[in-house]
Structure formats: C-alpha cells, structure tokens
Design a protein around this ligand. Structure first.
Ligand SMILES: O=C(O)[C@H]1O[C@H](OP(=O)(O)OP(=O)(O)OC[C@H]2O[C@@H](n3ccc(=O)[nH]c3=O)[C@H](O)[C@@H]2O)[C@H](O)[C@@H](O)[C@@H]1O
Length: 413
C-alpha cells in the first residue's frame, strides 16, 4: 500500500516542489472587503493585495482536492470564522471598511513559512484565512453560502515565468482550471460578486511597441505562464458575456516590495548578495540589458482598491444574465523601466555589499527583453498614480528583508 504522501504525489503530480518544508497544500485567498484605509496596509507587501479586496484567491493546483485537504473546514463552529471576518457592513464606504475572508493553499512553490507569517499578520487584524484551494468548488460554494460576498479579488495563480518550463501542469491547474472553478461558483452565487483578478504584463509577450497599451495585440506570448494569463482574459470575457459577471483584469508589471515573493529576481538577488553567493544576470541579444517596469506593492494596492471601488455590478442572478456588465482590463505599472544591472546596483547600495555578478545571455526560457506600461487608462478610470520609484521601494524592501530574516549590519543575528 502506498503511504498517504506517496498517494498524494501520484494523484497530484503537478505539485510544485521547490520547498519540502510542508505538505503541498493549494493556496487561495478570498476576501470580502474589509478595509479601513490604504495606509493601514502599507507594510504588508504582496499580501496586502489580498486585503484590499472583497474576495481573493492565490494559486492552486489540486483538483477535487477536497477529499484530501478539506477536512479542516465546515461545521457551525467553523462557519463563525468567515462570518466574523466578513461582517455585514456598509459598502462602498472606505471609512467603515469592509469584511475580508482569505483563502490560501500554502503550497510549497516557495517557502510556506513566509505565507504563514503573512497569515498571522492578518489574523492579528481579525482576518480569517481558510486553508483551501480554488479548485475546491465545495469549499467555495460553502463560503458563498456562508457570506454574501459582493466582490472577489482573485490573485490565486501559479506565478513565475521561467518555472513554467519545469512544471507546466501546475500553471494549467491553477491559472485555467482554478479560474474556471472560481468563475463557476461566482456566476451561480446570488448575488453575483464583481470580480477583479490578476492578469500579467507578460501577456504583451513579444510585442515591441512601447509603452504597452491595453489595446495592443497580445497574441504572441513568450511563456506558458503568459499564455495561461492571456487565456484567463478570454475565459473571463466569456463569463462576462454569458452570465453578466462584472470583470476587471489587472495586468501587473513585476510587482515587488516587503513580504514579496522569494522566487523573484529582486528577492533572490538580495538573499544571494547577503550570503556572498553569485547572482545570474540575464542579458538580451547584442549585449542589450533586460529591463522591467518594476512596480511597488503599495502602488499596486491602490490600483486594486480603485478597481474594486469602480468595478460596477454583475447583472446576473441564478446563473442567468440580466443585462450587460462591465468588462475592463488595465495596466498597473510604474511607467519607468529599469535595467536588471541597475536593479542590482541599487540593491548593492542599500545592502552596502557587492554582488558577485555572473552575466549570461538570456536563455530561451520564456523571458521577454523589456516591459513598459502605458497607464493612461488606469489613471483616468481608477485614479491610479504610482508614486514610488525603484530606489525608494527597494530601500523599504531591504529594510523589511533584514528585519524579517534577522540581519544586523549585514550579518545574521
Ligand atoms: O509582471 C509580470 O508580468 C510578471 O512579473 C514577474 O516576472 P518577471 O518580470 O520575469 O520578474 P523576475 O522573475 O523577478 O525577473 C525580473 C528580471 O530579472 C531577470 N532575471 C531573473 C532571474 C535571474 O536569476 N536573473 C535575471 O537576470 C529576468 O530576466 C527579468 O528581466 C513575476 O514573476 C510574474 O509572476 C509576473 O506576472
């Protein structure tokens, strides 16, 4: 007989396996709006994105996983938690704040202890995070039965551009199957929530017209990750068209900051520099540096709040469309691309340490040479106005990193 863990490995081969610290639970969050002001979210980094929204989900990949993973939810006592996390409150009212419930699968794509630390921060603010999966339609249905969510902020995804070559199935599972499960539950809910969700700047792929505008073609994705995000834009369109779901897709541009993702370059470079390990810097053809429109988390959070506040209502009920509903797509970038070597220079300055640079030609791994957002549409419709440059944002990130991982004067304490 296989052990439960062997069984799980056979059943769920798409499980990301970078960290073996904990079992590979799927990761979602859903939030009913519960926010007093943007400033209260400041130091919460990527996790903040979740807080800004009514209902949010992160990555997932275990289909019908409820048999194995859902034992931790259900029952009268359990139901009190989402209800008290998302109490009925006036909306839209930024002063009153809104209730939030999160869903997170705490999978091991990157260190789950960082995810647990974020969860604990939220718990301290009275926010309940369910350990569960967006592919688990029973769990999602139960949450909607328990709380009448008005908004869903869907950030659940298998993220990362290059990891798609290692584990393609996890992208299909989270970014396509998980998205469809969430939309199915949302379209059947009464009232239907408005959906705001995370697309990606990577949908612009090999587009070389700069800056990237929402009306530019997005039919040349360079990675499977980008292709699944592009598919998400099409899939959400059909749910808008058929069922009257209000949809807002946000194309995030390389989001960074405190509490961010350790798989991203700014984070892993910081770790390696502090540990005296080399970093690999990719360079484009003809020795051209790669560049990204790095966008600070607090600016993104404001864009998410603006999206929720202007999302407009879904029109359907009982799974039937009653009229046209909004379908919107926005770039959320910083509008000032910075090269990767410049990013490293800034980190060196803040860390007061030199990086051991290993510069190699960009492998054919799904990367694109540069990104650059045109944000006119978001500025006009959402009041979106990024205010943090990379120098300032990385300073805040480094301060957080040193404190979170326990460094003093560049040395572990
Ligand atoms: O905004 C986006 O659309 C995407 O931004 C990031 O993707 P990426 O821009 O590739 O961010 P990083 O993985 O942090 O890479 C940033 C830059 O550093 C470079 N890099 C990365 C890793 C490395 O070891 N060396 C290196 O030079 C990459 O080529 C890229 O130019 C996120 O990882 C995606 O989830 C997100 O969808």
């Amino acid at each position: 007989m296989p052990s439960p863990s062997q069984l799980e490995d056979e059943l769920f081969p798409s499980t990301p396996g970078k960290f073996k610290i904990e079992r590979a639970h799927t990761m979602n969050r859903q939030f009913h709006r519960c926010f007093a002001s943007t400033s209260t979210m400041f130091l919460w980094a990527l996790f903040l994105i979740a807080l800004t929204a009514s209902y949010l989900s992160f990555q997932s990949f275990v289909d019908s996983g409820s048999r194995y993973f859902s034992a931790s939810w259900g029952g009268i006592q359990w139901e009190k938690q989402p209800v008290s996390s998302a109490p009925t409150c006036p909306w839209p009212s930024k002063n009153a704040g809104d209730g939030v419930v999160g869903v997170d699968n705490f999978n091991n794509y990157y260190d789950p202890s960082l995810k647990k630390a974020r969860k604990n921060l939220l718990k301290g603010r009275g926010i309940f995070i369910v350990e569960g999966d967006i592919n688990d339609n029973k769990l999602l249905g139960k949450l909607f039965d328990t709380v009448a969510f008005t908004h869903v902020m869907h950030l659940a995804a298998q993220a990362g551009v290059r990891y798609a070559m290692e584990n393609p199935g996890s992208y299909v599972h989270s970014n396509i199957a998980g998205l469809v499960t969430l939309l199915e539950v949302s379209k059947s809910a009464n009232p239907q929530p408005s959906i705001v969700w995370a697309s990606s700047s990577s949908v612009y792929g090999l587009n070389d017209k700069v800056p990237f505008s929402e009306s530019d073609p997005t039919d040349q994705p360079a990675s499977l990750y980008a292709a699944t995000k592009k598919a998400g834009e099409e899939i959400t369109h059909t749910y808008n068209h058929i069922y009257g779901l209000s949809i807002t897709g946000l194309r995030f541009f390389t989001v960074y900051g405190p509490w961010g993702r350790p798989d991203m370059a700014y984070f892993s470079f910081t770790r390696n520099i502090l540990q005296g390990k080399p970093i690999t810097i990719y360079r484009g053809k003809n020795h051209v540096d790669l560049a990204r429109d790095f966008t600070y988390i607090d600016d993104i959070v404001k864009g998410c709040l603006g999206s929720l506040d202007t999302s407009g209502k879904s029109t359907g009920s009982g799974g039937k469309k009653r009229g046209p509903a909004p379908y919107r797509i926005f770039n959320l970038g910083n509008t000032s691309p910075v090269t990767v070597p410049t990013l490293v220079n800034i980190l060196e300055r803040h860390l007061k340490m030199k990086a051991k640079r290993n510069v190699v030609e960009m492998p054919g791994n799904g990367d694109v040479p540069f990104t650059h957002a045109n944000i006119s549409l978001a500025r006009r419709e959402l009041g979106y106005k990024p205010t943090t440059d990379l120098q300032t944002g990385l300073k805040k990130f480094v301060r957080w990193y040193l404190s979170y991982y326990g460094y003093n004067n560049g040395k572990p304490v």
